[in-house]
Ligand binder design. Structure first.
Ligand code: SF4
Ligand code: SF4
Length: 189
């Protein structure tokens, strides 16, 4: 049959030599490679006793921020969910009732907000899409689990507690810090 390309390779069917048949040289060669690795610098560490230094912009577990008065910033607009390439975010919006002004900053809020951490690829698109500075990725690592269900993080995990707020300022550029100083944009602080 005529060849379609010249990339085909003819497999060799030559007989093995005596040394190849007893395998000892091949085993010794393999062991010598293994032994040389004993004296090389290790590429692994004893986690969790030892930890590597992360990049300042490492993208780990999300946080849903509150404002300085403790109100949830998220207004359940859904832009983060639309921007998410992994379709990891789901939410249910609710209307703020009179008397709940101290809980939610906007008239609409997320009654349910969930991120499936098994789907998330930690791209940060949700953070970029959010018009309310409500969601940020942090340097926290998503804890391992044995089952799938605990990886669906709800508001109980995502919303920051007021007594344990997550400082994300170190992750923001000087342009963002300048933006926040501008009184004209105070509505979005
Ligand atoms: S980090 Fe990316 S993949 Fe993860 S929830 Fe946000 S937009 Fe989706
Ligand atoms: S986190 Fe931001 S983008 Fe997502 S629903 Fe809330 S306000 Fe909208």
């Amino acid at each position: 049959m005529e060849k379609l390309t010249n990339r085909s390779v003819v497999a060799s069917d030559k007989k093995m030599t005596f040394m190849e048949r007893i395998y000892v040289p091949a085993i010794l060669k393999g062991m010598s490679i293994t032994i040389t690795h004993f004296f090389k610098k290790k590429t692994t560490i004893n986690y969790p006793e030892e930890k590597r230094e992360f990049s300042k912009v490492y993208r780990g577990q999300h946080v849903l921020k509150r404002d300085d008065e403790g109100r949830e910033r998220c207004t359940a607009c859904g832009l983060c969910a639309v921007a998410c390439p992994a379709e990891a975010i789901t939410m249910v919006a609710a209307e703020r009732k009179p008397g709940e002004e101290h809980l939610y900053r906007e008239e609409k809020y997320a009654a349910i907000y969930e991120i499936n951490m098994l789907r998330c690829i930690f791209c940060g698109d949700c953070e970029d899409a959010c018009p309310k500075e409500a969601i940020f990725l942090t340097d926290r690592i998503v804890a391992s689990e044995y089952k799938r269900k605990p990886f669906v993080y709800g508001k109980d995990i995502l919303v920051e507690p007021m007594d344990l707020r997550v400082d994300i300022s170190a992750r923001q550029t000087s342009a963002v810090h300048d933006f926040k100083k501008n009184k004209a944009f105070a509505h979005n602080r």
